[in-house]
Design a protein around this ligand. Structure first.
Ligand SMILES: CC(C)CCC[C@@H](C)[C@H]1CC[C@H]2[C@@H]3CC=C4C[C@@H](O[C@@H]5O[C@H](CO)[C@@H](O)[C@H](O)[C@H]5O)CC[C@]4(C)[C@H]3CC[C@]12C
Length: 853
């Protein structure tokens, strides 16, 4: 396959920048993505499906109308107004759960998530970096570092030529390298966010840092200024609601001084303050403009900088904005760079929204970082100071974490980019990380179920409460059937957050919500949440998550076959990777409860559960009937893990019970589904029963991740798994789009995609990464990398969907659900690689865990 060069084809510069990583996603600022895709829409539904789904469409439209037009709220999934594709995004700014601001790869500030879980996709044109160069006391060059030529701020020099700059992302850092034409000066802006594995403090901070490295390749010194301008708000109507104001600030602490401007936002809900700041040090001057009118020509700011490379720096507060008015501020850092020398300017953006309400406005929540910086809303100066004095330490930690992977010459470079860059969703997945105050009672957390979990409160109080969206367009927190895939990133990098999330799920298992409601797919009415089953999600951020779970109302997921199993599988996987015995003890009764509920799906008592002839699992538009490779495989893996947990906990009775089920179930699974080459989709005997499902080995994937795939422990015969994976590679991967787009979910044995449902003919990126991990676990390493590479190249290089990897795309024309949770499963490839390396080094007993050798 081609390397990343096509994205740099337009680059006419020669600069390589300063300290830019080699691995990552790199493209020239003048790049244009040739392929323009559309979100899946009404026009893409085959006539047959229209007929099949008439009832659903009518019910959905009725529900949508009431929600959006009468209640004036937004729909948790808006099938009628999908977010249009913009091929512009780059690395988001911010740590985990404090909100995010995404910058585009051309440097724009363009995607905003300050209110938890709610996104705005607006480029705020005022938000820019401008460079001013002065030689011998004269300004010789002043340029907004933007390729845009907007109609606003006409007094500024826009339209930097993108052919002389490139963007490079390796999350959580990104670099922008600009050659300044005719100046012999190269600027490298390094953007850093505090996203640090196993760090539960700095990783929660709502900050981003911009380190400008200036290389003066000329024979005379140059005075360099970088001006950072920021408008109030996020580019929405509310920005002009009036009453907002700015003030300059400076904070000296421990011999370090930071200065800048605060932009206070007096919104009725979730008020916040931005800080634009810079670090003062010997030879660096920080100046500011407290307020300017971004709706005007901007000439005053421009001339102010042009005159002497500094800003006026008035003291005192600005006046409050009037209704309909917006305001902006500027902070400028300047230094002299000697001939053939180098200089550094350090700037930061901070947003302090400590106390948040979700959409229902019922409860007040504190963000995680308030534990360290307080919740009064006055932390922006301290946060700026902390960010600008700690970013070097963050970078050391980020480098130490990434280095072994980046330096591994066995790993392809696209994989290094994919692995780290897909991690953007950990922060930019509408993520919220809350602090649970010490005086909180278990029942305050989540009703009666909470009291039954002995370590719930200590875990949540120490590590906080975490949630991320299923997708920016699918607004449900912690969608559990999908988190199953993504959870590898969490448990490998922030295991305490995975444990905390699991506690939250465990509580909801024990609770119920008797409220009746109509489900849109079948039209039947049933209660919102049944006892002893795992919920679909933890709620909608536009409502009151945790308090009201199951925002998803397409299907009644009490009947889903995969959710309960996915809980059991994660509990054991987490225990295996973390060795947290208290967690295992607390989760054990919950595992038993959900497995009891699940047992009723074994309607013929053959040791294997059956699907109910609806789309009753994560493939929620793909009907499955009878025994199935996907749910049956997950079931056997979960039963196997129940035996393992019973053994660890000394519960002989349960060990025997599940041991007997496993024996019977294994035999049924092979008899009903194995066809000599792979496991059939289902056992119903329908015309698509023999479809080849790319995800048919999901159970084996989890078993392998927990070291339960060795010969004497095997659930599925090794030869069958390898044969199934080879078949998937041959059919779903290589016979689909020339082998260049990953694996299609369903393939007919004759090599034609299964079009019996919308989802069988889609590629799901997160499933493909999980499949690749399974292949690696089973020794099909080249096949695994080839399979995953197709998705990476399609999404990041061909479709222009960087930092918004969708749930799904089809071979042609359409995609579905941008910026989705599931692709975080790429971290399971890394786990598989680490396990393999560990086994090669020391062929230890099978159950040793690579994270804790
Ligand atoms: C008006 C429309 C544009 C045309 C309507 C045609 C249809 C009735 C169907 C065509 C496509 C269907 C949708 C496909 C995907 C969906 C996603 C699902 O939510 C989440 O999806 C994950 C799978 O991608 C799943 O694992 C998660 O658990 C779910 O939270 C909800 C159903 C649906 C929107 C599905 C509904 C019917 C169609 C629109």
């Amino acid at each position: 396959m081609a390397d990343a060069e096509p994205l740099m084809r337009c680059y006419e510069g020669s600069a390589r920048g300063r300290g830019v990583e080699t691995a990552g996603w790199r493209l020239c600022l003048a790049h244009r993505f040739p392929e323009q895709r559309q979100p899946y829409g009404a026009g893409d539904v085959p006539f047959r499906d229209v007929l099949r789904h008439v009832g659903l469409m009518l019910r959905y439209f009725k529900w949508w109308y009431k929600k959006t037009r009468i209640e004036k709220k937004s729909a948790f999934i808006d099938l009628l107004c999908a977010v249009p594709l913009q091929q512009i995004y780059g690395c988001p700014l911010g740590g985990i759960g404090g909100g995010t601001i995404t910058r585009g790869w051309r440097g724009e500030f363009c995607r905003w998530q300050l209110n938890p879980g709610k996104y705005h996709y607006e480029t705020v044109i005022t938000d820019q970096f401008t460079v001013c160069l002065r030689r011998k006391g004269q300004t010789v060059y002043q340029q907004v570092l933007s390729v845009e030529k907007p109609s606003a701020l006409q007094g500024w020099n826009w339209g930097y030529c993108g052919r002389y700059a490139f963007y490079h992302a390796l999350y959580p850092r990104a670099w922008m390298v600009y050659e300044l034409p005719g100046q012999n000066v190269v600027l490298t802006c390094r953007q850093i966010s505090p996203v640090i594995p196993h760090d539960y403090k700095d990783s929660s901070l709502p900050v981003g840092v911009f380190i400008w490295e200036v290389e003066n390749n000329s024979e005379e010194p140059v005075d360099v200024s970088i001006m950072f301008t920021l408008q109030n708000g996020t580019g929405t109507k509310g920005d002009g609601s009036g009453g907002h104001w700015n003030e300059p600030f400076a904070l000296q602490d421990g011999g370090e001084r930071v200065a800048g401007v605060l932009l206070h936002h007096c919104t009725p809900i979730n008020p916040f303050t931005f800080a634009v700041a810079a670090r003062e040090k010997a030879g660096t001057v920080i100046t500011h403009l407290t307020a300017f009118d971004p709706a005007g020509s901007g000439r005053d700011v421009w001339q102010d900088l042009l005159q002497d490379g500094k800003l006026e720096s008035p003291t005192g507060k600005s006046k409050q904005t009037q209704k309909g008015e917006v305001t902006a501020a500027a902070v400028c850092a300047s230094c002299m760079v000697p001939a053939q020398g180098h200089g550094t300017l350090e700037l930061a953006l901070v947003w302090d929204m400590p106390r948040v309400h979700f959409g229902s406005k019922e409860r007040l929540h504190l963000r995680r970082y308030t534990r360290f910086f307080g919740s009064n809303g006055d932390a922006a100066p301290a946060l700026s100071h902390y960010a600008l004095t700690h970013y070097k330490e963050w970078e050391r930690k980020i480098e130490a974490w990434q280095k072994p992977i980046l330096e591994d010459s066995q790993l392809p470079s696209w994989y290094k980019s994919a692995l780290f860059n897909e991690l953007y969703f950990m922060t930019d997945g509408g993520t919220i990380w809350l602090d649970i105050p010490p005086d909180c009672l278990p029942q305050d957390l989540q009703g009666p179920g909470a009291a039954k979990l002995s370590h719930l409160l200590p875990v949540l109080q120490e590590y906080g409460r975490f949630a991320y969206l299923e997708g920016q367009e699918y607004r449900m927190y912690n969608t559990y059937d999908v988190h199953f895939y993504a959870s590898f990133a969490l448990v490998m990098l922030w295991p305490k957050l995975q444990i905390s999330l699991q506690y939250d799920i465990a509580v909801t298992v024990l609770n119920e919500d008797m409220q009746p409601r109509q489900y849109l797919v079948c039209g039947k009415t049933a209660q919102v949440k049944m006892k002893n089953v795992v919920p679909h999600d933890i709620g909608d951020p536009d409502d009151e998550p945790w308090q009201r779970v199951n925002a998803y109302l397409m299907h009644d997921t009490a009947n889903w076959k995969d959710l309960n199993l996915k809980f059991v599988l994660q509990v054991y996987r987490d225990y295996y990777l973390t060795h947290d015995a208290l967690y295992l003890q607390d989760m054990w009764p919950v595992c038993q409860a959900v497995m009891e509920s699940e047992l009723k799906f074994d309607t013929d008592n053959d040791g294997l559960i059956e699907n109910g002839g609806t789309a009753d699992q994560t493939y929620d538009a793909w009907v499955v009937n009878g025994a199935s490779a996907y749910c049956g495989g997950l079931w056997l893996a979960a039963v196997r893990m129940m035996c393992e947990m019973a053994e660890v906990l000394g519960d002989t009775e349960t060990r025997q019970k599940y041991g007997a089920i496993l024996q019977k179930g294994k035999e049924s699974f092979e008899r009903l589904l194995w066809n000599g080459k792979y496991y059939n989709y289902d056992s119903s005997g329908s015309s698509t029963s023999s479809s080849i499902m790319s995800d048919q080995c999901a159970g084996q994937w989890f078993l392998g991740a927990c070291g339960l795939d060795q010969k004497e422990l095997e659930v599925f015969p090794k030869s069958h798994i390898v044969s199934a994976l080879r078949t998937i590679f041959e059919k779903n991967v290589m016979s689909f789009a020339g082998g260049t787009m990953g694996a299609v979910n369903g393939m007919r044995p004759d090599g034609v995609p299964d079009t019996s449902s919308v989802q069988s003919s889609e590629v799901w990126v997160g499933v493909v990464y999980a499949l690749a991990a399974t292949m690696i676990q089973e020794g099909l390493v080249q096949e695994g990398f080839h399979t995953a590479e197709g998705c990476y190249r399609t999404v990041w290089e061909n479709l222009g969907m960087a930092f918004q990897t969708p749930e799904a795309y089809c071979e042609k024309k359409v995609y579905r659900s941008l910026a989705y949770m599931r692709p975080l499963s790429i971290w399971s490839m890394q786990l598989a690689l680490e396990s393999k390396a560990h086994r090669a080094l020391s062929p230890t007993p099978p159950q040793k865990n690579p994270l804790h050798p």
